[in-house]
Design a protein around this ligand. Structure first.
Ligand code: PAF
Length: 285
C-alpha cells in the first residue's frame, strides 16, 4: 500500500489509474469503513482511502480536538484489507491557506435534520469532499466514491453535489454495519462508557419501533407522524437520552411524508445525545 500525504504524491501514484475507487474517511476505522472498501474494490482499477479529520465540518464546541486519531491501527487495517493507496493529508496539504471558497449544498436538503442542529456542517463536508474528489479523480475518465448509509443525509447531499456539478463519479452506498446488539458502528462509539454502551442500542430500537408505528399508520402519516415522533422522542428521553430528532421522512428528499408515501419510500432517522456522545442512526422502511 502506498501512503501519501501531499496532492503531488497522490497524483503521482495515481498517474496510471483510470477508474479509481475512493473511500473518504476521518480515520478511526471500523468494520463499516472496511466493508465500504471491500464493496468498492471490484468497481475500479485502484482503491484509495483517505484519512483526514476535517476541521471545517465541526462547530467550535464540537469534538474536533478529541476526535479519535488512530493512524497506525488504521494504516494496518487498510493494508490488511488490500487498499492500494492511503491518502493522509496534513491540514496544510489540504488547506494551505484559509479556505474562503466553499461549496454550499442545497439548503432545502442540507438545512434539515443534521444541518439544523449542526449549522454549516454540510458546507464543511461538501467543501472537503470536493477537494478530495479533485485530488483523487481530476483527469480521470471515471471514478467511484463510497459512502455509508449510516450518514444518510450526507449520502444524499453528496449525491446532489455530484449531480449538480456533473462530476464523472458514481456514488455507491454501503449498508450500515452494526454490532451484534444492533448499535450502528461509528467512530464516536468509543466515547461511550461501559454503561452508555449497553444503553446505546436503544437508539436503533427506538427507530425500529418508530418505523413499525409509521408503517402501521402509513395511510394517515401526514396527520399522525408528528405525534408518533414525539412519543418516540419522549420514550428515549425517559431513558436518559437527549434526542435532537427522531423522525419519519421520505427517502427522496427527507421531507415529511405526504399522503400516499408508504413502505419502500420512507426512512426513519434519529440523532440523540447519550451523556456527552451524540449518536445518529437511521432505518429505511
Ligand atoms: O463521513 C465522514 O467520515 C466525513 O464526513 C467525510 C465524508 C470523510 C468528509 O470529511
Amino acid at each position: 500500500m502506498h501512503i501519501v500525504h501531499t496532492l503531488a504524491e497522490l497524483r503521482h501514484v495515481l498517474r496510471h489509474a483510470e477508474r479509481p475507487v475512493f473511500v473518504p474517511t476521518m480515520g478511526n476505522l471500523h468494520a463499516g469503513h472496511l466493508a465500504l472498501l471491500a464493496q468498492g474494490r471490484p468497481l475500479g482499477d485502484v482503491s484509495v482511502a483517505s484519512i483526514f479529520v476535517n476541521r471545517l465540518q465541526f462547530l467550535p464546541h464540537e469534538d474536533f480536538d478529541s476526535y479519535p486519531r488512530t493512524f497506525e491501527a488504521d494504516r494496518a487495517a487498510l493494508e490488511q484489507a488490500g487498499c492500494d493507496v492511503l491518502f493522509a493529508p496534513r491540514e496544510a496539504d489540504l488547506y494551505p491557506e484559509p479556505q474562503v471558497y466553499k461549496v454550499a449544498p442545497d439548503p432545502a436538503l442540507a438545512d434539515l435534520l443534521e444541518g439544523s442542529f449542526r449549522p454549516g456542517f454540510f458546507t464543511g463536508v461538501c467543501t472537503v469532499v470536493m477537494k478530495l474528489f479533485m485530488a483523487v479523480f481530476a483527469g480521470k475518465p471515471h471514478g467511484t466514491a463510497m459512502f455509508g448509509k449510516k450518514d444518510y443525509q450526507q449520502l444524499m447531499v453528496v449525491r446532489g453535489l455530484v449531480r449538480q456539478f456533473a462530476l464523472p463519479i458514481d456514488i455507491v452506498a454501503g449498508e450500515t454495519q452494526r454490532a451484534e446488539d444492533g448499535l450502528a458502528l461509528s467512530s464516536r462509539n468509543r466515547y461511550l462508557s461501559e454503561a452508555e454502551r449497553a444503553e446505546a442500542l436503544h437508539l436503533s430500537l427506538a427507530l425500529r419501533a418508530l418505523g413499525r408505528d409509521a408503517l402501521a399508520a402509513a395511510h394517515a402519516l401526514p396527520a399522525q407522524g408528528p405525534a408518533l415522533e414525539a412519543a418516540a422522542q419522549a420514550a428515549l428521553a425517559a431513558r436518559g437520552w437527549q434526542p435532537d430528532y427522531l423522525t419519519v421522512r421520505r427517502r427522496a428528499d427527507l421531507l415529511p411524508p405526504q399522503a400516499g408515501d408508504g413502505a419502500g419510500a420512507l426512512v426513519v432517522l434519529g440523532a440523540a445525545r447519550l451523556g456527552g456522545t451524540r449518536l445518529i442512526d437511521n432505518l429505511e422502511i
